[in-house]
Design a protein around this ligand. Structure first.
Ligand SMILES: Nc1ncnc2c1ncn2[C@@H]1O[C@H](COP(=O)(O)OP(=O)(O)OP(=O)(O)O)[C@@H](O)[C@H]1O
Length: 370
């Protein structure tokens, strides 16, 4: 065996755990201002005051959840009277599931699984907070998943007006929206009490991605396993979507591919092969946050490739009873969220028409929509 070959019991990974998606990085840079804003909003809770609510928004994989967890970690060191709970609304996508999580977070046991109404659990939670003089800071991560059937509005409304029915109850809400397009409008009743501090998470630029990915490489691999050209190949792939999750998944898969070849270094070809799978990670995750009608529209665009808006509307209208305005808004949303390009062709009988093109391989889109 050559000296460049990896022995069967050797590994390239110094610490593979740092490539798991639930790993919370010790070193978290390029989000200082967002962390500051969130700290300022929550700081009143350290003095027993009600915190300011926050609305965090930005594209997938830009460090939103990590920022909240880092701030929670930091604040826990300074107060025992604040309870920090994060609910993943993708998993818990009804108001009942959300309050169940909160209940579990406070009491360390699950509520009885049947026959208990939302309001009963809510009352127990609020009474506990009042009696123990605790402030609840609740992060509703990926709140998009609660938008259906008014769950988001009901949860927000109950939490934000809790003190009216339960005087003394202190609750602060952090809503995280994973979105690139126009943000969901809460019911006006919710808006009048939510009044959040808005914290935007733009995509990381190329050099920030280089720095973050480089840092993760140093933690995950032994020295000289990943050279700079390979790191940059990874960063270029991540830069296509701006989703760091793709980068971290690419590192893990590329490392495993190199090990399979018994190589002591990762090559660009290992990364290219890994990207075949990793690229779907971003698409699959972001597609999940679309509404059923938006998914249908995206599916039609993928099936028909370069299609004119008018023709697309006919196809869409055959399957739904939605009107042209809603349709047009959805096309814009898919375009803003970079699923599709919607360019004016300059041609067409009645002036300029738009041609809608998928920005991903149509087969990838269809696979992720399955
Ligand atoms: N500045 C950073 N430094 C180091 N790692 C980061 C940074 N930003 C994000 N990450 C890593 O990228 C991954 C995705 O981050 P995170 O889950 O916080 O993104 P998100 O914006 O909440 O995504 P989504 O909207 O899809 O839930 C995590 O594994 C996290 O550790």
């Amino acid at each position: 065996m050559g000296k460049d070959m990896l022995m069967w019991d050797e590994t390239l990974f110094k610490d593979g755990n740092v490539l798991e998606l639930d790993y919370l990085p010790d070193h978290f840079s390029h989000r200082e201002s967002q962390m500051q804003s969130l700290m300022y909003s929550l700081r009143p809770a350290l003095r027993g005051m009600r915190p300011i609510n926050s609305l965090i928004s930005g594209p997938p994989g830009t460090g939103k959840t990590t920022t909240v967890l880092k701030v929670f970690e930091e604040m826990k060191k300074h107060s025992e009277d604040i309870v920090f709970i994060k609910v993943n609304c993708q998993m818990d996508s009804t108001k009942f599931a959300v309050i169940t999580r909160v209940y579990q977070g406070l009491f360390n046991v699950s509520p009885p699984s049947s026959g208990v109404a939302f309001i009963k659990l809510f009352e127990k939670v609020m009474n506990y907070l009042i009696e123990k003089e605790k402030t609840l800071v609740l992060c509703l991560d990926d709140i998009n998943y609660l938008y259906h059937e008014g769950h988001a509005d009901e949860v927000m409304y109950s939490l934000l007006r809790a003190h009216e029915q339960y005087p003394g109850a202190k609750v602060g809400v952090i809503a995280i929206v994973s979105d690139t397009g126009k943000l969901y409008q809460f019911d006006p009743k919710v808006n009048s009490v939510f009044l959040p501090e808005e914290i935007a998470f733009p995509r990381y630029n190329f050099s920030e991605l280089q720095d973050i990915i480089g840092g993760r490489i140093d933690l995950a691999f032994y020295p000289n396993v990943v050279m700079d050209d390979v790191r940059d190949a990874i960063v270029e792939y991540v830069d296509l979507t701006g989703d760091l999750r793709v980068g971290i998944d690419l590192l893990k898969r590329s490392g495993l591919n190199a090990e399979r070849r018994a190589s002591k270094t990762i090559l660009v070809e290992d990364v290219e092969k890994a990207y075949e799978t990793s690229r779907l990670l971003h698409l699959r995750r972001s597609v999940q946050s679309l509404t059923p009608d938006e998914k249908l529209l995206l599916c039609l665009i993928a099936e028909n490739k370069d299609v004119q808006t008018g023709d697309l509307y006919i196809l869409f209208h055959e399957k739904t009873d939605l009107g042209y305005t809603r349709f047009y808004d959805m096309v814009n949303k898919l375009s803003e969220a970079r699923y599709v390009d919607a360019d004016f062709s300059g041609k067409g009988m009645r002036g300029r028409t738009r041609i809608i093109k998928p920005r991903y391989q149509p087969e990838d889109i269809l696979k992720c929509l399955e």
